[in-house]
Design a protein around this ligand. Sequence first.
Ligand code: ADP
Ligand code: MG
Length: 697
Amino acid sequence: MLQHFFSPASVAVIGASNQPGKIGHDIVNNMKLSGFEGAIYPINPKATEVLGFKAYPSVTTIEGPVDLAVIVIPARAVLGVMEECAEKGIDSVIIITAGFKEAGPEGIEMEKELGEIARRAGIRVVGPNCLGIISTQTGLNASFAPVFPQRGSLALMSQSGALATAILDWSVQNGIGYSKFVSFGNGLDVGVIDLLRAWEDDPETRVIVAYMEGLRNGPEFMRVAREVSLKKPVIIVKSGNTQSGARAVSSHTGSLAGSGEAYSAAFKQCGVIRAHSVEELFDLAVAFAYQDLPRSRRVAILTNAGGPGIMATDAVETAGLQLATISPETVERLRTTLPPASNFHNPVDCLGDADAARYNFATDVVLSDKNVDSALAVLTPQTSTQPLETAQGLAKFAAQHRKPVLACFMGGGAMAGAIKLLGGQRVPNYAYPERAVKALSTMVAYREWREEPPDEIEPFPADADVVRRIFDEAREQGRVNLGEVEAREILRAYRIRCPKNEVAITADDAARIGDEIGYPVVMKIVSPDILHKSDIGGVRVGIRNRQEAMDTFELMMLRIRRYAPNADLRGIAVQEMIQTGREVILGSTRDPQFGPLVMFGLGGIYVEVLKDVSFRVAPFGRRHAQQMIDEIRSAPLLRGARGERPCDLDAIATTLLILSQLVTDFPEIVEMDINPLKVGEPGAGAMAVDARITITG
Ligand code: ADP
Ligand code: MG
């Protein structure tokens, strides 16, 4: 796929120039210097020759076939040249030129036309407004990047050209190698999804890294990213928040879900590894590129310093990795050579005066322990430390034992040579233990994700017709907000349990219903115009007898009429009171990129103040429903920590799954909250005591 972009036999550079400093010059010059062996055709009607290559007035005058065209002429001339490329039968074009979509209405129009020409002629386009493409394997530098990285196993795609030049420059300095590099700019045609597909089975590429700002097709991205992630790690930095539109947000879920949450959820669901900064992107990329995946969570820490050893130990525990138990045989072997004051158990401390021989001996012995599946080697520069020799030994034994080893050689000038040596030997080094542990735990998590069975979607029985009828009715009446009464009917159609409930029109009604349901009961105002009932005194809980029910009816009616004189009051619901259980919130909102997003959190201040919530893109299966519950910080409360009663977590998971099905079945649901869902003890189930739905008009 996209073969001609990465290994063309011939490249035309349209806008080639002899004048240093012009992009059209730099590109031809880069192609010349990078060792590209195919034909290079500079296009420039005013020149006969550019940088030693014969120049042509246009692509149509080239005799032989052209696999790839690179366009660097001013924007207004690009459309005409695209037509010529089409005529010449060129199927791959890189448009470096800026001044399109990013430059205002005229540019938007030109970019649209560009797209039409490309589609009609079957031309694939990278750009416009981009830095270009590099393929180290074929020596192709179809970019104006001032550096050419060494060959390696990372494939990088970037939506930002400027950031990409910085990354390439830094990579060259740090000896980080690439298989392919694409800056796709405005992404008129080729974008994240195409490049994932192109690199999925590329034997040169071990790790795919991406800097991206936005996506066009969320669901398609998730499908492709999942398939690719099962083959090789995909690490993405996503920056910028896309506008979710000017839609007024009326639900909790809507106000808590920025597009950042949708991306995080989507990435988790398709195995994409999210980096939160470019620094983290490379911390992770290098670990995946250089080392094999750890077989388990069991890690050994080697150190010549107490403090950093403890930092590493803390980081290992926080990250959910396991400190490997060093076997008695290994301890015995260590004792033969290490001084008696050493620590022979994890973290294995060879002490500050360890020279390379002692440290390397410990490395070899610890890595041969069958309880150890990976190692973190911490070294600080002390008087007897031999950084270079220690680095050599570390690299040697890491390769010999075929277990992933990450280094943390801490320091500046004293360590520079050793760190360089480690990089050359494909041992990633980190400035601090926390960063090394983060890389290692990400590798473990990725491996575990790959080995998980797929998250099957369970179907639940439901009367979709009931829901359709309610939505139609509301729309006929010109309403998009559905209050508790209608929302209850919808939840029931999807078999979510709700408390007994009946609407009273008179005080006598209220008493009769109260008697039937049995006290205590809850009374709530019913009005399509009132969405937050308790805000205006429209909810009373704990009504103990028929007299109280009657009084409450009169009082509430009076009060609401005063507070909301224009509201259409339909009566007061008398509802079974659910006396025990914890209040949680479940909700859904629609993300412009990914579609329905389901939210979970604890009720009350946990959601309002602490914003302690988790998200998934619907539809999802039970494993993700469980993860949503586990992910919130207050999850231990639900499991029964600190004297709390444990909750029916299965019932929460099932309700999340039903909600996922409901919002998938009905794309017209823009937002909804079940707030609260009252959850009983394990086995007792859950009840939706309030709900609200907003649909499209
Ligand atoms: P709103 O969110 O519109 O103000 P709710 O129906 O959610 O109104 O009621 C407010 C609060 O009253 C709920 O969060 C819950 O704590 C309590 N409540 C409401 N209905 C019941 C019920 N049936 N059983 C127990 N508590 C209830
Ligand atoms: Mg509520």
